[in-house]
Write a protein that binds this ligand. Structure first.
Ligand code: SF4
Length: 175
């Protein structure tokens, strides 16, 4: 392997290992509670149209940090909903997320903050960017606090890097 691929493998390994640490999970849980509270206060309408997960059709782009991506992959694997590179390629072809089935999300527990703060309700259009910014800053702070390499990128591109990882630490949580 050359230096660039060594560095890439090390980052992905660090995300996966960090996502299995209880203290990191506790820090993420605190962000999710903050987001849930803010969303409850905002009271946006969600008709469960599934449009927010059909990225190309809806003109929406989802971004997540390396830690968030690894966390989602591991949680979904542990729930029996792991995805493969082929699943990802099929999702890119369809223009949606690999965990969207029909209109519904099948990665509820693992989904990143970007999924939790976004609502297409026009009444929430002022509040959504502010909450997204706050959640993103909090996730970034976890990367810094636990010295986890920080990268933030388009959801399916980031997923491709983590799903393709074959290091021993890429198993499911609790295995
Ligand atoms: S993880 Fe769930 S909510 Fe987020 S884009 Fe995928 S299907 Fe939609």
């Amino acid at each position: 392997m050359n230096d660039a691929s060594d560095e890439e493998a090390a980052s992905v390994r660090a995300w996966l290992e960090a996502a299995m640490r209880p203290e990191v999970e506790a820090a993420i849980d605190a962000i999710l509670v903050m987001v849930d509270d803010a969303v409850r206060a905002m009271r946006p309408h969600c008709l469960a149209s599934g449009n927010c997960c059909r990225f190309e059709a809806h003109g929406h782009r989802l971004y997540a940090s390396g830690l968030e991506v690894a966390r989602c992959v591991l949680i979904c694997r542990s729930e029996g909903r792991g995805i493969t590179t082929a699943d990802l390629e099929a999702a890119v072809e369809r223009g949606n997320c690999p965990w969207q089935i029909g209109r519904l999300c099948t990665a509820r527990e693992g989904r990143p903050t970007g999924c939790r703060v976004y609502f297409c309700d026009p009444r929430a259009s002022d509040l959504v960017p502010e909450l997204a910014e706050r959640a993103h800053a909090a996730v970034r702070a976890i990367h810094d606090r636990f010295e986890i390499p920080y990268e933030y990128g388009e959801w399916r591109s980031m997923l491709a890097r983590v799903v393709g990882d074959r290091t021993p630490s890429s198993g499911s949580r609790g295995e």
